[in-house]
Design a protein around this ligand. Structure first.
Ligand SMILES: NC(=O)c1ccc[n+]([C@@H]2O[C@H](COP(=O)([O-])OP(=O)(O)OC[C@H]3O[C@@H](n4cnc5c(N)ncnc54)[C@H](OP(=O)(O)O)[C@@H]3O)[C@@H](O)[C@H]2O)c1
Length: 283
Protein backbone atom coordinates (compact mmCIF):
# COMPACT_ATOMS: atom_id res chain seq x y z
CA UNK A 1 0.00 0.00 0.00
CA UNK A 2 1.09 3.54 -0.77
CA UNK A 3 0.57 6.09 1.98
CA UNK A 4 -1.88 8.70 0.68
CA UNK A 5 0.62 11.32 1.88
CA UNK A 6 3.10 10.10 -0.77
CA UNK A 7 0.74 11.13 -3.57
CA UNK A 8 1.35 14.80 -4.42
CA UNK A 9 -1.53 17.25 -4.38
CA UNK A 10 -2.17 19.41 -7.41
CA UNK A 11 -3.42 22.88 -6.48
CA UNK A 12 -6.26 23.96 -8.78
CA UNK A 13 -6.80 27.57 -9.85
CA UNK A 14 -9.27 28.15 -7.01
CA UNK A 15 -6.93 26.77 -4.32
CA UNK A 16 -8.68 23.38 -4.02
CA UNK A 17 -6.20 20.49 -3.92
CA UNK A 18 -6.58 17.15 -5.70
CA UNK A 19 -4.44 14.02 -5.26
CA UNK A 20 -2.50 13.75 -8.53
CA UNK A 21 -3.29 10.04 -8.99
CA UNK A 22 -6.90 8.87 -8.84
CA UNK A 23 -8.94 5.80 -9.78
CA UNK A 24 -11.15 5.90 -12.88
CA UNK A 25 -14.21 3.66 -12.87
CA UNK A 26 -15.43 3.89 -16.48
CA UNK A 27 -16.98 0.56 -17.55
CA UNK A 28 -16.90 -0.90 -14.03
CA UNK A 29 -20.40 -2.34 -13.45
CA UNK A 30 -22.24 -0.66 -10.56
CA UNK A 31 -22.36 -3.89 -8.55
CA UNK A 32 -18.57 -4.29 -8.82
CA UNK A 33 -17.75 -0.65 -8.18
CA UNK A 34 -18.04 -0.67 -4.39
CA UNK A 35 -15.43 -3.42 -4.10
CA UNK A 36 -13.17 -1.77 -6.69
CA UNK A 37 -13.27 1.58 -4.87
CA UNK A 38 -12.82 -0.05 -1.45
CA UNK A 39 -9.73 -1.86 -2.74
CA UNK A 40 -8.44 1.42 -4.15
CA UNK A 41 -8.92 3.20 -0.83
CA UNK A 42 -7.04 0.33 0.88
CA UNK A 43 -4.21 0.74 -1.64
CA UNK A 44 -3.87 4.44 -0.83
CA UNK A 45 -6.08 6.15 -3.44
CA UNK A 46 -7.98 9.18 -2.18
CA UNK A 47 -9.37 10.38 -5.51
CA UNK A 48 -12.15 8.67 -7.49
CA UNK A 49 -13.34 9.64 -10.98
CA UNK A 50 -16.87 8.61 -11.95
CA UNK A 51 -19.63 10.10 -14.14
CA UNK A 52 -23.42 10.01 -14.35
CA UNK A 53 -22.90 8.33 -17.72
CA UNK A 54 -20.97 5.45 -16.11
CA UNK A 55 -24.05 4.41 -14.10
CA UNK A 56 -21.95 3.46 -11.08
CA UNK A 57 -22.13 6.54 -8.84
CA UNK A 58 -24.15 4.51 -6.29
CA UNK A 59 -21.34 1.96 -6.04
CA UNK A 60 -18.83 4.76 -5.45
CA UNK A 61 -21.06 6.22 -2.74
CA UNK A 62 -21.43 2.84 -1.03
CA UNK A 63 -17.64 2.49 -0.88
CA UNK A 64 -17.25 5.99 0.56
CA UNK A 65 -19.68 5.16 3.35
CA UNK A 66 -18.15 1.73 4.03
CA UNK A 67 -14.60 3.09 4.16
CA UNK A 68 -14.93 4.85 7.49
CA UNK A 69 -12.95 7.74 6.03
CA UNK A 70 -14.21 11.28 6.44
CA UNK A 71 -15.89 12.74 3.38
CA UNK A 72 -13.22 15.44 3.19
CA UNK A 73 -10.48 12.80 2.99
CA UNK A 74 -11.63 11.58 -0.45
CA UNK A 75 -11.76 13.67 -3.62
CA UNK A 76 -14.77 12.71 -5.76
CA UNK A 77 -15.28 13.78 -9.36
CA UNK A 78 -18.45 13.18 -11.34
CA UNK A 79 -19.66 14.45 -14.70
CA UNK A 80 -22.79 15.72 -16.41
CA UNK A 81 -24.24 13.49 -19.13
CA UNK A 82 -24.39 15.06 -22.58
CA UNK A 83 -28.17 14.61 -22.74
CA UNK A 84 -28.54 16.69 -19.56
CA UNK A 85 -26.88 19.84 -20.90
CA UNK A 86 -28.88 23.07 -20.48
CA UNK A 87 -29.32 25.29 -17.42
CA UNK A 88 -32.23 23.68 -15.55
CA UNK A 89 -31.47 20.15 -16.69
CA UNK A 90 -27.86 20.44 -15.50
CA UNK A 91 -28.99 21.60 -12.06
CA UNK A 92 -31.42 18.66 -11.85
CA UNK A 93 -28.78 16.20 -13.07
CA UNK A 94 -26.38 17.43 -10.41
CA UNK A 95 -29.00 16.73 -7.73
CA UNK A 96 -29.48 13.23 -9.18
CA UNK A 97 -25.71 12.60 -9.02
CA UNK A 98 -25.51 13.94 -5.49
CA UNK A 99 -28.31 11.57 -4.51
CA UNK A 100 -26.70 8.57 -6.23
CA UNK A 101 -23.38 9.30 -4.55
CA UNK A 102 -25.16 10.16 -1.30
CA UNK A 103 -22.86 13.11 -0.64
CA UNK A 104 -23.41 16.70 0.50
CA UNK A 105 -20.97 18.07 -2.05
CA UNK A 106 -18.95 16.93 -5.05
CA UNK A 107 -15.27 17.90 -5.17
CA UNK A 108 -15.14 18.35 -8.94
CA UNK A 109 -18.07 18.48 -11.36
CA UNK A 110 -17.23 18.25 -15.07
CA UNK A 111 -19.11 18.95 -18.29
CA UNK A 112 -18.39 15.55 -19.84
CA UNK A 113 -18.24 16.62 -23.53
CA UNK A 114 -18.73 19.96 -25.26
CA UNK A 115 -21.27 18.62 -27.83
CA UNK A 116 -20.80 21.69 -30.05
CA UNK A 117 -23.62 20.58 -32.36
CA UNK A 118 -26.12 21.22 -29.54
CA UNK A 119 -24.55 24.57 -28.62
CA UNK A 120 -25.56 24.26 -24.97
CA UNK A 121 -22.23 24.21 -23.19
CA UNK A 122 -22.17 27.95 -22.38
CA UNK A 123 -25.66 27.80 -20.87
CA UNK A 124 -24.67 24.60 -19.06
CA UNK A 125 -21.60 26.33 -17.65
CA UNK A 126 -23.85 29.00 -16.12
CA UNK A 127 -25.52 26.23 -14.11
CA UNK A 128 -22.09 24.97 -13.07
CA UNK A 129 -21.20 28.49 -11.90
CA UNK A 130 -24.31 28.46 -9.71
CA UNK A 131 -23.40 25.06 -8.23
CA UNK A 132 -19.93 26.39 -7.51
CA UNK A 133 -21.26 29.61 -5.94
CA UNK A 134 -23.60 27.52 -3.77
CA UNK A 135 -20.73 25.32 -2.55
CA UNK A 136 -22.37 22.19 -3.96
CA UNK A 137 -19.27 21.61 -6.11
CA UNK A 138 -15.92 22.64 -4.64
CA UNK A 139 -14.49 22.99 -8.14
CA UNK A 140 -16.01 22.92 -11.63
CA UNK A 141 -14.37 21.94 -14.86
CA UNK A 142 -14.76 20.50 -18.32
CA UNK A 143 -13.77 17.38 -20.20
CA UNK A 144 -12.96 16.83 -23.87
CA UNK A 145 -12.89 20.59 -24.48
CA UNK A 146 -10.78 21.61 -27.48
CA UNK A 147 -9.06 25.02 -27.58
CA UNK A 148 -12.01 26.65 -29.38
CA UNK A 149 -14.47 25.44 -26.74
CA UNK A 150 -12.25 26.71 -23.92
CA UNK A 151 -11.85 30.06 -25.68
CA UNK A 152 -15.60 30.50 -25.89
CA UNK A 153 -16.15 29.71 -22.21
CA UNK A 154 -13.38 32.11 -21.22
CA UNK A 155 -14.88 34.86 -23.37
CA UNK A 156 -18.54 34.41 -22.42
CA UNK A 157 -18.61 33.23 -18.79
CA UNK A 158 -17.16 34.23 -15.41
CA UNK A 159 -15.56 31.23 -13.71
CA UNK A 160 -12.47 29.76 -15.38
CA UNK A 161 -12.71 25.95 -15.37
CA UNK A 162 -10.38 24.33 -12.81
CA UNK A 163 -9.69 21.23 -14.91
CA UNK A 164 -9.88 19.98 -18.49
CA UNK A 165 -10.00 16.17 -18.49
CA UNK A 166 -8.81 14.96 -21.89
CA UNK A 167 -7.47 11.82 -23.55
CA UNK A 168 -3.68 11.79 -23.11
CA UNK A 169 -1.36 8.79 -23.37
CA UNK A 170 2.01 8.21 -25.07
CA UNK A 171 0.56 7.64 -28.53
CA UNK A 172 -2.00 10.47 -28.27
CA UNK A 173 -0.77 13.55 -26.47
CA UNK A 174 -2.97 16.43 -27.73
CA UNK A 175 -0.17 18.93 -27.21
CA UNK A 176 -2.08 21.92 -28.60
CA UNK A 177 -5.04 21.25 -26.31
CA UNK A 178 -2.77 20.71 -23.32
CA UNK A 179 -1.00 24.00 -24.08
CA UNK A 180 -4.24 25.96 -24.49
CA UNK A 181 -5.55 24.43 -21.25
CA UNK A 182 -2.47 25.35 -19.26
CA UNK A 183 -2.27 28.82 -20.83
CA UNK A 184 -5.69 29.55 -19.33
CA UNK A 185 -4.56 28.40 -15.88
CA UNK A 186 -6.54 25.16 -16.14
CA UNK A 187 -5.09 21.85 -14.87
CA UNK A 188 -4.68 19.04 -17.40
CA UNK A 189 -6.16 15.70 -16.32
CA UNK A 190 -5.26 12.68 -18.46
CA UNK A 191 -7.95 10.12 -19.17
CA UNK A 192 -7.22 6.72 -20.71
CA UNK A 193 -3.69 7.41 -19.41
CA UNK A 194 -2.48 3.91 -20.33
CA UNK A 195 -4.10 4.11 -23.76
CA UNK A 196 -6.62 1.57 -22.39
CA UNK A 197 -3.71 -0.84 -22.24
CA UNK A 198 -2.73 -0.33 -25.87
CA UNK A 199 0.45 1.67 -25.10
CA UNK A 200 1.77 -0.82 -22.52
CA UNK A 201 3.52 -3.08 -25.04
CA UNK A 202 5.55 -0.36 -26.71
CA UNK A 203 9.28 -1.30 -26.81
CA UNK A 204 10.33 2.20 -25.75
CA UNK A 205 8.11 1.91 -22.67
CA UNK A 206 9.45 -1.58 -21.91
CA UNK A 207 13.04 -0.32 -22.10
CA UNK A 208 12.40 2.40 -19.51
CA UNK A 209 10.44 -0.02 -17.32
CA UNK A 210 13.27 -2.56 -17.38
CA UNK A 211 15.82 0.12 -16.46
CA UNK A 212 13.87 0.89 -13.28
CA UNK A 213 12.54 -2.58 -12.47
CA UNK A 214 8.93 -1.36 -12.69
CA UNK A 215 5.96 -2.25 -14.90
CA UNK A 216 5.13 -0.57 -18.22
CA UNK A 217 2.02 0.89 -16.57
CA UNK A 218 4.07 2.41 -13.75
CA UNK A 219 6.45 3.84 -16.36
CA UNK A 220 3.67 5.54 -18.29
CA UNK A 221 1.93 6.79 -15.15
CA UNK A 222 5.22 8.17 -13.79
CA UNK A 223 5.69 9.96 -17.15
CA UNK A 224 2.28 11.62 -16.63
CA UNK A 225 3.13 12.59 -13.05
CA UNK A 226 6.45 14.13 -14.08
CA UNK A 227 4.64 15.95 -16.90
CA UNK A 228 2.38 17.71 -14.37
CA UNK A 229 -0.82 15.96 -15.31
CA UNK A 230 -3.48 14.63 -12.96
CA UNK A 231 -3.97 10.99 -13.91
CA UNK A 232 -6.85 8.53 -13.35
CA UNK A 233 -5.96 4.96 -14.44
CA UNK A 234 -8.69 2.33 -14.24
CA UNK A 235 -8.09 -1.22 -13.02
CA UNK A 236 -10.37 -3.83 -11.50
CA UNK A 237 -7.40 -6.08 -10.71
CA UNK A 238 -6.26 -5.57 -7.09
CA UNK A 239 -2.56 -6.01 -7.88
CA UNK A 240 -2.58 -3.71 -10.90
CA UNK A 241 -4.69 -1.22 -8.96
CA UNK A 242 -2.10 -1.14 -6.17
CA UNK A 243 0.92 -0.93 -8.47
CA UNK A 244 -0.66 1.87 -10.54
CA UNK A 245 -0.36 4.26 -7.58
CA UNK A 246 3.05 2.99 -6.45
CA UNK A 247 4.90 5.65 -8.45
CA UNK A 248 6.93 7.53 -5.89
CA UNK A 249 9.97 5.30 -5.33
CA UNK A 250 11.58 5.98 -8.72
CA UNK A 251 11.91 8.81 -11.23
CA UNK A 252 12.43 8.97 -14.99
CA UNK A 253 15.42 10.89 -16.31
CA UNK A 254 14.81 13.79 -18.72
CA UNK A 255 15.96 11.50 -21.57
CA UNK A 256 13.47 8.82 -20.54
CA UNK A 257 10.65 11.39 -20.41
CA UNK A 258 11.73 12.57 -23.86
CA UNK A 259 11.72 8.99 -25.19
CA UNK A 260 8.06 8.60 -24.19
CA UNK A 261 7.20 12.10 -25.45
CA UNK A 262 8.54 10.90 -28.82
CA UNK A 263 5.84 8.21 -29.11
CA UNK A 264 3.10 10.74 -29.93
CA UNK A 265 1.38 9.45 -33.08
CA UNK A 266 -2.14 10.85 -33.13
CA UNK A 267 -3.64 7.49 -32.08
CA UNK A 268 -6.89 8.72 -30.54
CA UNK A 269 -8.94 5.92 -28.92
CA UNK A 270 -12.02 7.83 -27.80
CA UNK A 271 -14.58 9.89 -29.68
CA UNK A 272 -13.72 13.13 -31.44
CA UNK A 273 -14.88 16.00 -29.18
CA UNK A 274 -15.56 18.17 -32.24
CA UNK A 275 -18.35 15.83 -33.36
CA UNK A 276 -19.32 13.55 -30.44
CA UNK A 277 -23.01 14.06 -29.69
CA UNK A 278 -24.22 10.89 -27.93
CA UNK A 279 -26.65 11.46 -25.06
CA UNK A 280 -25.03 9.04 -22.55
CA UNK A 281 -28.51 7.76 -21.69
CA UNK A 282 -28.91 3.97 -21.69
CA UNK A 283 -29.45 2.62 -25.20
N1 LIG B 1 -13.90 12.20 -19.70
C1 LIG B 1 -14.00 11.23 -20.58
O1 LIG B 1 -14.63 11.36 -21.63
C2 LIG B 1 -13.35 9.91 -20.28
C3 LIG B 1 -13.21 8.94 -21.29
C4 LIG B 1 -12.57 7.73 -20.98
C5 LIG B 1 -12.08 7.52 -19.69
N2 LIG B 1 -12.25 8.48 -18.72
C6 LIG B 1 -11.78 8.27 -17.33
O2 LIG B 1 -10.42 7.83 -17.35
C7 LIG B 1 -10.32 6.58 -16.65
C8 LIG B 1 -9.21 5.73 -17.21
O3 LIG B 1 -9.35 5.57 -18.61
P1 LIG B 1 -9.69 4.18 -19.32
O4 LIG B 1 -10.44 3.31 -18.37
O5 LIG B 1 -10.34 4.50 -20.61
O6 LIG B 1 -8.26 3.56 -19.69
P2 LIG B 1 -6.84 3.30 -18.99
O7 LIG B 1 -6.88 3.64 -17.54
O8 LIG B 1 -5.82 3.93 -19.87
O9 LIG B 1 -6.68 1.72 -19.18
C9 LIG B 1 -7.50 0.82 -18.52
C10 LIG B 1 -7.19 -0.58 -19.11
O10 LIG B 1 -5.84 -0.94 -18.81
C11 LIG B 1 -5.83 -2.12 -18.00
N3 LIG B 1 -4.81 -1.91 -16.98
C12 LIG B 1 -4.86 -1.06 -15.92
N4 LIG B 1 -3.72 -1.13 -15.20
C13 LIG B 1 -2.95 -2.04 -15.80
C14 LIG B 1 -1.65 -2.54 -15.51
N5 LIG B 1 -0.96 -2.09 -14.45
N6 LIG B 1 -1.14 -3.50 -16.33
C15 LIG B 1 -1.85 -3.95 -17.38
N7 LIG B 1 -3.07 -3.51 -17.72
C16 LIG B 1 -3.62 -2.56 -16.93
C17 LIG B 1 -7.21 -2.25 -17.42
O11 LIG B 1 -7.55 -3.61 -17.22
P3 LIG B 1 -7.96 -4.18 -15.76
O12 LIG B 1 -9.10 -3.33 -15.25
O13 LIG B 1 -8.34 -5.60 -16.02
O14 LIG B 1 -6.72 -4.04 -14.90
C18 LIG B 1 -8.07 -1.65 -18.53
O15 LIG B 1 -8.30 -2.60 -19.56
C19 LIG B 1 -11.72 5.98 -16.83
O16 LIG B 1 -11.98 4.93 -15.93
C20 LIG B 1 -12.58 7.20 -16.60
O17 LIG B 1 -12.68 7.48 -15.21
C21 LIG B 1 -12.86 9.66 -19.01
Amino acid sequence: MVSPTQVPDVVLNNGVTVPQVGLGVFKVPDDATQQNVEQALEAGYRHIDTAAGYYNEAGVGAALRASGLRRDEIFVTTKLRNGDQGYESALQAFEDSREELDVEFVDLYLVHWPVPSKDLYVETWRAFEKLYADGAARAIGVSNFLPEHLARLLAETDVVPAVNQIEVHPTYQQRATQAATRAAGIAVEAYSPLGRGADLGHPAVAAVADAHGVTPAQTILRWHVQSDRIVIPKSVDPERLASNIDLFGFALSPDEVAAIDALDSDARLGSDPATAAFSQYPA
